[in-house]
Design a protein around this ligand. Sequence first.
Ligand code: BYC
Length: 474
Amino acid sequence: MAIDNRDHIPNNVNLGEKRALQRALEHWQPQFLDWWKEMGPLGFADADVYLRTATAVDAQGWASYGMVRMPEYRWGIFLADAVPDRRIGFGDAFGEPVWQQVPGEHRSALRRLIVTQGDTEPASVEQQRMLGHTCPSLYDLRNLFQVNVEEGRHLWAMAYLLHGYFGRDGREEADELLARHSGDLDKPRILGTFNEPIADWLSFFMFTYFTDRDGRFQLKSLAESAFDPLSRTCRFMLAEEAFHMFVGASGITRIVKRTLEVTRALGSDDPAAVRNAGAIDLPTLQRYINFWFSSSLDLFGAEISSNAASYFASSLKGRPDEARFTDHLATEQSLRVELPDGLGGVTAEDVPMRSAINEVTRAAYIRDCGTGLGRWNRLIGEAGNDFRFNLPSLRFHRSLGVWAGVHTDPKGRPITDEAWRLHQADWLPSAEDRAFVSGLMQRVIEPGKVAGWIAPPEIGINNAPFDYEYVRLN
Ligand code: BYC
């Protein structure tokens, strides 16, 4: 179904014929806009930004580009086309027709999943609120804003489900999505990573590489859901999400390139010399990787999780790309999961597959994270440098699950508290690293110019050149 952009709320869900729902969402819309004004990008409400907006969900229509002021962005409700005769792909209801309404017995679990997903979207906009003031180029500024407006749209996607399928509790939860705030001591966002500050662009690129990728895998798992409206909305969100990860992957690639250029010019990769020359040394990049990767690993939940087992059993949340698995009931298999042995070592346990679903999803995520590192390491190798990035062990620096509170080195070897205190600054960004990175963040807004710590992109947006005026600051 085509998107009707003349509607007050653009949508392809026939909103005009669902009067009560339309009224409820029209009531929520000004609250959303107030939230955007208060918590969205600070100071750019009047800027014209070269943004893509969805005008249809098919391959041609979903990316229309033009100059838009962010508060006038057409946030709407877009579901991927329904799959005819779609059947439930996993869990106890495997093979049955998917649901168009929420079964009473699954109502609260499903609402919890939708709220948790929805909570991350505005959280990320809040985390990135100040970044516009230190953008390395107009191209990057535009990409930040594209990511922000789309996270706002993903919030709309979840608010629609809450309003449309969960009655009064859903409306209250949709209000709460605008009331919690990232890092707020009294009303923080639900998941840990979304309360971490994103104070500099290096963190932004790491976040879009590692944390948005968690989003990709969670959305893939929710796209498998028996609740068809959730599945359809997640499938469309995944199309938008790809760009966010491109921003992260290409951003880090450009930083690495610039560091290698500086290293070549200096004839040295001494971190202090690289820093003096205004680039980010590779060991600092590794520490940022360690931080954002380990924080994002927590987002998959505990290794052994009765929540995950019951989501799977109830066909609410599957595994990413469920069709690739052979056994969709997952009642017979088990997965070997590593645990601390309580004596400073590592042991392993066979866990029934349904209870280990978070671990299966985390493993798929870790494999996917490796692709960017492979590319960056190739660039480093081609520059004749011996340094290589590594993903730390999944035991390293965890705040959630069986490894929470157990100190290990990046290889996952348990270490004493004393050794942790001694080496922490070698493995995670220190206050000094953060101060250095923050010192590099100077705003560059001349078309075609870029900050000294990052290389320009190879191509622009939608075939426009790099020196296109992607943002007009009015
Ligand atoms: N921090 O059995 P457990 C994205 C809670 S990112 C704090 O271990 P479960 C995006 C958990 O809620 C994707 N609390 O795990 C990216 C539970 O609480 P309740 C977001 C945490 O339930 C960038 C308790 O601990 N989407 O889209 O199997 C920009 C025990 O849970 C954390 C989703 O997450 C944490 N890290 O799985 C913008 C999908 N982890 O219920 C957007 C929806 C867990 O006992 N969420 N807890 O009060 C889920 O599927 C699951 O809630 C989780 C946790 C995967 C997060």
